[in-house]
Design a protein around this ligand. Structure first.
Ligand code: MN
Length: 308
C-alpha cells in the first residue's frame, strides 16, 4: 500500500512524524508537506505561482524503512496534488497529526482536512487526524490509538473521506457526525501601540454539543471518526424547492441534451480558468474516467498538469 502523508503544520511538526511512523507499518510512506506552517489555510491552492519541492530528512525517522519526505512551497492541498502527481498509484492520503483539534465548524477552514479533501477530489481516499494542542510535543502515547484507527480506516474501502479527532486520553473509538449547531469563530478587537484598531479572528469555547457529534465524543474521551462527503448539496431542500418553486427545469430537460457537446464543454472550461490559458484537448474529452477527473482538478490550478 502506498500512503501519502501530509499536514498543515509544516513538515517538521512532531505530529506528522508520529503519523508517518505508524503509517509505515501499513505500507510505503511518502511524506509531502508544506515547508512552513499553513494552519487554517483551508482548501486554498497556489495558482498564481509555480510549485517546487525538496527532499528532506525528518527528525527521528531516518531509520524507518522506505520512508521518504519532501517539503513543498505550497498549501496542504498543493502538497497532496503534487505528491499524487509525482508518485503514481497512491492508495490513501493521511493528513496530520494536527496540533489542535478540528471539530465541528472548524472543518470549514482546516488545512488538515483540506489535504484529505484534496485526496478525495483526486479519486483517492483521504483521512484527516487531529490531536489536542496541549499534548505537543509528545505524541508517543497516541501510537497505539493511531494504529487502531488506521486499521479501521484502511480496512473498509467504502469510506473515502473522514475526519478523526483524538481526545487527551482516549477510552475507545466511536463513529460521529460533525457538530455544526454552534460556531466558535469570532472577531476580537484590540489596539496597536499607536492606538489604532486591530482585530483577531479567534475562537471562543463551545459548550453543549449534541450526543453523537464529534465534539461530544472528544469531550467524553472517545476518538471521533466522522465519515464525510464532498457533495455539499442540500438534497432535502433541493427536492422541496423543485416541488414548490419550479423554475425552468422542464424546459431545460426538454431542449438541452443530457450530455453537453464538446464545444459547450470547452466554453465553460475556458470560463473557469482565471488565466485563460489554452486548454488541453485530451483532458476535456476524457471526463467520465477517474483520470479525467484528475486532469480537470489539476487544470483548475493552472499549474499542475498530469499525464496519468
Ligand atoms: Mn494545523
Amino acid at each position: 500500500m502506498r500512503i501519502l502523508v501530509s499536514n498543515d503544520d509544516g513538515i517538521y511538526s512532531p505530529g506528522i512524524a508520529i503519523l508517518a511512523e505508524v503509517a509505515s507499518e501499513f505500507g510505503t510512506v511518502r511524506v509531502v508537506a508544506p515547508d512552513v506552517e499553513r494552519s487554517s489555510a483551508g482548501h486554498s491552492i497556489t495558482a498564481s505561482r509555480p510549485l517546487s519541492y525538496r527532499q528532506t530528512n525528518l527528525p527521528g525517522l531516518q531509520g524507518v524503512k522506505d520512508l521518504t519526505a519532501y517539503r513543498v512551497n505550497g498549501t496542504p492541498a498543493d502538497c497532496v496534488a503534487l505528491g499524487a502527481h509525482l508518485w503514481d498509484k497512491v492508495d490513501v492520503v493521511l493528513s496530520g497529526l494536527n496540533i489542535g483539534l478540528n471539530l465541528g465548524n472548524s472543518t470549514w477552514h482546516s488545512g488538515t482536512l483540506a489535504a484529505a479533501k484534496q485526496a478525495a477530489l483526486l479519486g483517492l481516499r483521504g483521512f484527516a487526524m487531529s490531536a489536542p494542542s496541549g499534548m505537543e510535543p509528545d505524541y508517543q502515547p497516541y501510537k497505539p490509538w493511531i494504529r487502531k484507527v488506521l486499521k479501521i480506516l484502511l480496512a473498509d474501502t467504502s469510506m473515502r473521506l473522514a475526519n478523526v479527532n483524538f481526545p487527551r486520553q482516549p477510552r475507545g473509538v466511536v463513529w460521529t457526525k460533525t457538530s455544526v449547531r454552534l460556531y466558535d469563530g469570532r472577531i476580537v478587537p484590540t489596539k496597536d501601540p499607536l492606538g489604532r484598531e486591530l482585530y483577531w479572528f479567534t475562537v471562543k469555547p463551545i459548550e453543549g454539543a449534541e450526543e453523537g457529534t464529534d465534539r461530544w465524543a472528544v469531550e467524553q474521551g472517545w476518538i471521533s471518526l466522522t465519515p464525510l462527503r464532498l457533495d455539499l448539496t442540500d438534497e432535502a431542500t433541493l427536492a422541496d424547492l423543485r416541488a414548490r418553486i419550479p423554475l425552468d427545469e422542464a424546459v431545460a430537460a426538454a431542449i438541452s441534451p443530457p450530455r453537453s457537446s464538446p464545444a459547450d464543454v470547452k466554453t465553460v472550461r475556458e470560463d473557469e480558468d482565471e488565466a485563460a490559458a489554452p486548454l488541453d484537448e485530451s483532458a476535456s474529452s476524457d471526463e467520465a474516467s477517474p483520470s479525467g477527473a484528475v486532469a480537470a482538478t489539476a487544470e483548475g490550478s493552472g499549474r499542475i498538469r498530469t499525464a496519468r
